[in-house]
Structures are given as C-alpha cells and as structure tokens.
Write a protein that binds this ligand. Structure first.
Ligand SMILES: [Fe+2]
Length: 168
C-alpha cells in the first residue's frame, strides 16, 4: 500500500502535536524519507508536476500550521544564505541534487543591522536524503540543474519574515 499525502500529514500531525522538539523534527524527517521512497507518492506529488509555480503548498495544517510543499525547479540556481524566520524546515531531495552550505552566525541581527554569517560546511543532498534546518539555521542551496524537493515547514514561509543576513 502506498504512502499517501494524507498519511504523511497525519504522521506529521501526530509527531508535532506535543511540540516541535528535536525528537519530533527527527520523526518528521523520517516521514519525509518514507514519502521520498514511495514511488506512488513521488509520482503523484513531485514527478508529474511541472512549474510554474516552483513552489506548491500541497497541504497546510489548519490546527498546527505546518505545511507540506512540492518545490519544482527547472534549472540551475544559486541561493543566498537565509533562515526561515521563526520556523524550521525539512528539505527532502526528490530528484536532482542540491549542494547545501551551512552558515554560522558571527553577530546576530540587531539595531537595524543584518546578522553577519560565515560558512561552516557544504554537503550534497541526493535523491532520498532529507535534512532538518531548525529554527534559526542559516543555509544556502545551490542547484546545478533541475531539482525537485519535498519540504515540510513548521509554518508557511510565504507569510514569515526572514532575518536580514550579510556575509562576513
Ligand atoms: Fe531554506
């Protein structure tokens, strides 16, 4: 039996209902990997979808606010270092590869000045991989070609304010 969007949403709801602890995010990350490994899930929600739009919110929980998103990027694109403001995200790589760079905050944003960050490490997300970016984690994705991602966000990042960031 395939893993459906409804199954994923229900599993996430169960994991997150008692809070957004590291353990709960680990559970959600596991559910993302489960969805990425399911051929029917992938076909229905990621592989048979074409941009535009690049960003598709395919489920938003009315009670807890988390979102399940399908991101479809047609070509190469560098990304700037960013956080997700007051929330976390889990990136699940469905197709293609994302080179991700993590950044360390050297000086927090304050008094109208952006946060200063420096690079800490880079790694490649390959199909089937999922990675947790806790609230405040600064990261920058780099795509060399077409990619498809299954993402879970703690709250809809269309409606959040990100921390202003400058590179050291
Ligand atoms: Fe991000």
């Amino acid at each position: 039996m395939s893993y459906t969007l409804e199954n994923l949403a229900e599993d996430c709801r169960t994991a997150l209902r008692s809070g957004e602890s590291p353990e709960a995010l680990e559970k959600v990350c596991g559910f993302v990997k489960k969805a990425l490994a399911d051929n029917d899930f992938m076909a229905d929600h990621l592989l048979n979808r074409e941009p535009p739009p690049e960003r598709n919110v395919i489920f938003e929980d009315p009670e807890l606010g988390f979102c399940i998103c399908a991101h479809i990027y047609a070509g190469a694109k560098p990304g700037d270092p960013h956080d997700h403001g007051p929330t976390w995200a889990i990136y699940g790589q469905g197709e293609g590869e994302t080179e991700m760079t993590d950044w360390r905050i050297v000086r927090p944003a304050a008094d109208g000045q952006p946060a200063l960050v420096e690079k800490t490490r880079s790694y490649v997300l390959k199909p089937g991989d999922a990675h947790i970016y806790p609230t405040g984690a600064v990261h920058a994705p780099l795509r060399y070609g077409a990619t498809r991602l299954l993402r879970i966000e703690g709250s809809n990042t269309d409606r959040i304010k990100r921390t202003p960031i400058a590179v050291v």
